[in-house]
Design a protein around this ligand. Structure first.
Ligand SMILES: Nc1ncnc2c1ncn2[C@@H]1O[C@H](COP(=O)(O)OP(=O)(O)OP(=O)(O)O)[C@@H](O)[C@H]1O
Ligand SMILES: CC(=O)N[C@H]1[C@@H]2OC[C@@H](O2)[C@@H](O)[C@@H]1O[C@H](C)C(=O)O
Length: 377
């Protein structure tokens, strides 16, 4: 039995997801335990300032790197103790870290994640794989999304054309065709929950729109939707990836200021329009890149937003089945953490982790850096 741990802190900045995963035979896995460890409000506020304003001192950056490393190590050790799993049973940790700057389209592209892996390896005594994105980028890729290789390995089907849809802060799709040897198209479609969270936080002070109830009280507005959809990201062809550097509270404020319809809209109408934007941008991309889709399986926190799921279902129409990834064997909350456990395994086995058909890289690469355990194995 080979156990790996995956650790993911996503663009929603809600905290650190940790999953303990068993990989038995090829193409099979079992989730043994998982938990989210929320960021404390001060750490979250510092991260948000850093990511959205892109300004901080080097000392502050170094301290945040260490603080997230500490929080990740604490989370891993807490889960292992609670589950009575000895650290020496874990082959390796795959730690994504917290993205603080993703810049795939610069002349010298880079993607920066923090959460010091030396600290994680030292504190846990477990070999830690980290810095997954940059190898793909230097091979000409976007460095994201990386989860599609895991989707392909574990969730392909020869019975139906599937899309795996992650709705985190940002949304991304993986198109899994039932044709043998087909390579998945996969990319970030744009905002997931990030604008919904920003607007409800600004209007009501709530962290997120629980089940989408607030959006369901409003009516979406076509004029505002058209304004929002004019952003060039939506019409750009794949491969492409994005993040909070583009879709953030400032992006929203700027477009709300520009749109004349805004004076007649209630705050909940704006929330309804943002939900519609997430749904329309996703479904437009599914229709463009995967018109033969038979089923869409949703994961990420957006899988709990019933209003968003209703919007998706309406736009997809009656012939495309919509369900959460629970229907194909994995709770929507743990997809990304499980994927980083799998990506760590790929690296340890010296196998590639990126999919060139998703990221646009020239070749498949072994991803990441390995921070060896200081304990003899
Ligand atoms: N019960 C719920 N109702 C509505 N929305 C929810 C609910 N639970 C979580 N969410 C949404 O999901 C978000 C968190 O999703 P998730 O953890 O998948 O994001 P992430 O992993 O940080 O992002 P990404 O995948 O972009 O890196 C929350 O910020 C919230 O908007
Ligand atoms: C740079 C970065 O952290 N990107 C995230 C983000 O969150 C969702 C989407 O944008 C995806 O491209 C990616 O994360 C997942 C884990 C991925 O690489 O597949």
């Amino acid at each position: 039995m080979t156990l790996f741990i995956g650790v993911m802190s996503g663009t929603s900045l809600d905290g650190i997801d940790v999953a303990v995963v068993e990989f038995a035979t090829e193409g099979q896995f079992r989730l043994q335990a998982a938990q989210t460890f929320p960021y404390d409000s001060e750490l979250r506020a510092s991260l948000l300032r850093l990511i959205e304003n892109q300004q901080c001192s080097l000392t502050e950056l170094g301290q945040l790197d260490m603080a997230i490393g500490e929080a990740s190590a604490d989370a891993i050790l807490h889960l292992l103790t609670q589950q009575n799993i000895a650290p020496n049973r874990i082959k390796a940790i795959g730690s994504h870290g917290q993205t603080i700057c993703h810049a795939p389209d610069l002349e010298l592209p880079f993607s920066l994640q923090i959460g010091n892996p030396s600290l994680i390896a030292e504190r846990t005594g477990i070999t830690t794989v980290s810095d997954f994105r940059e190898r793909d980028m230097v091979a000409g890729g976007q460095g994201a999304p990386l989860v599609p290789a895991f989707h392909q390995s574990l969730f392909s089907s020869d019975a139906e054309n599937r899309v795996i849809l992650n709705i985190g802060g940002i949304s991304n799709i993986t198109v899994l065709s039932k044709e043998e040897n087909s390579q998945p198209v996969a990319f970030d479609t744009g905002p997931g929950n990030v604008l919904l969270d920003a607007w409800i936080q600004r209007s009501l002070g709530a962290p997120y729109d629980d089940s989408g109830k607030w959006a369901a009280e409003g009516q979406y507005n076509e004029q505002l939707l058209t304004c929002l959809m004019e952003d060039a990201y939506f019409s750009r062809p794949a491969p492409k990836s994005t993040g909070r550097e583009l879709f953030n509270a400032q992006w929203l404020s700027k477009l709300l200021d520009k749109c004349q319809a805004i004076t007649t809209l209630s705050a909940e109408d704006i929330q309804a329009t943002l939900a519609r934007l997430t749904a329309v941008s996703i479904v437009d991309d599914i229709m463009r890149y995967a018109p033969e889709t038979q089923a869409v399986y949703v994961c990420g926190g957006g899988a709990h937003n019933l209003h968003l799921l209703n919007q998706l279902s309406e736009l997809l129409g009656p012939d495309i089945r919509l369900a959460t990834t629970e229907a194909i064997g994995l709770s929507p909350d743990w997809m990304e953490a499980c994927a980083f456990a799998w990506l760590a395994q790929q690296t340890i086995l010296q196998r590639p982790g990126n999919l060139p058909s998703a990221t646009g890289a020239r070749k498949a690469c072994i991803l990441g850096g390995i921070y060896a355990s200081s304990k003899a194995s």
